[in-house]
Design a protein around this ligand. Structure first.
Ligand code: URA
Ligand code: SF4
Length: 235
């Protein structure tokens, strides 16, 4: 039996029932990370799935002690189906290494799980577009479910989109980066810049300075991690 292929128009007309306007109805109760990831593959809670290749769910061990939250997958993440595997991810890997944070202790995810883009005026490049507030809200149940399973000791917001969505619209990364923030989301919460902002630096010198500042923030994360591991051992 052949599967019916849906046209673009039919897809727009379909969509999973989501009376809340968010992914909440799609999140299976008492699920594992794998089960969440599987359920998120079919998410149509906002329109972003229509443009993207696939859902890019978070990645890492359920016992990871640090959760890093970015904005949304980029072009390469959309193709690979994995978060932070493109240029920003490579820069992040470098910085984590310099801060001596072990990748296996980190769970990587995004506030929005589909790549939002528009075609470049010339050429085939897909240009990243900022997600809207409604899209971030629609996707939030997936992140909340990840948080409920991983229960990280340290939650790190990468960039303004993640910081403002998780810590409030008044949050200013430029002023509050690297500082501990009071939040019910995790015992320790901190925000820093998004690695892609470093890729956009005007010249080599400012890029170097921004990278050092980013590494410095991640070193604070490393300290928090060490302190919380020590505390657990003592308990
Ligand atoms: N930028 C993000 O915020 N997330 C990714 O996964 C990749 C790039
Ligand atoms: Fe669902 Fe999030 Fe994708 Fe929107 S961006 S369709 S809420 S997974």
């Amino acid at each position: 039996m052949s599967m019916k292929k849906f046209s673009h128009a039919e897809r727009i007309g379909s969509g999973n029932a989501n009376p809340s306007g968010t992914a909440a109805e799609l999140v299976p109760p008492r699920a594992s990370l794998e089960q969440l990831e599987t359920a998120a593959r079919d998410c149509e809670a906002c329109d972003l799935w229509k443009l993207a290749t696939q859902t890019v769910f978070g990645e890492g061990l359920p016992r990871a002690r640090v959760m890093l939250v970015g904005e949304q997958p980029g072009d390469q993440e959309d193709r690979a189906g994995r978060p932070f595997v493109g240029p920003a991810g490579r820069l992040l890997d470098l910085a984590l290494g310099r801060a001596e944070i072990d990748r296996t202790q980190v769970y990587l995810t995004n506030i929005v799980k589909h790549f939002k883009w528009s075609p470049a005026e010339r050429g085939k490049r897909r240009i990243h577009k900022k997600p809207r507030y409604s899209e971030i809200q629609a996707c939030r149940p997936w992140l909340d479910a990840e948080l409920a399973i991983v229960k990280p000791d340290v939650l790190v917001c990468l960039g303004a989109s993640a910081a403002q969505s998780l810590l409030g619209r008044e949050f200013r990364v430029s002023q509050q980066r690297g500082q501990l923030v009071e939040s019910a989301l995790a015992p320790h919460v901190i925000a820093t810049v998004h690695p892609s902002s470093i890729l956009r630096a005007q010249d080599q010198d400012s890029r170097h300075l921004q990278m050092e500042a980013f590494i410095n923030d991640l070193k604070k994360v490393a300290q928090l991690l060490k302190a919380s591991i020590k505390k657990k051992r003592a308990a």
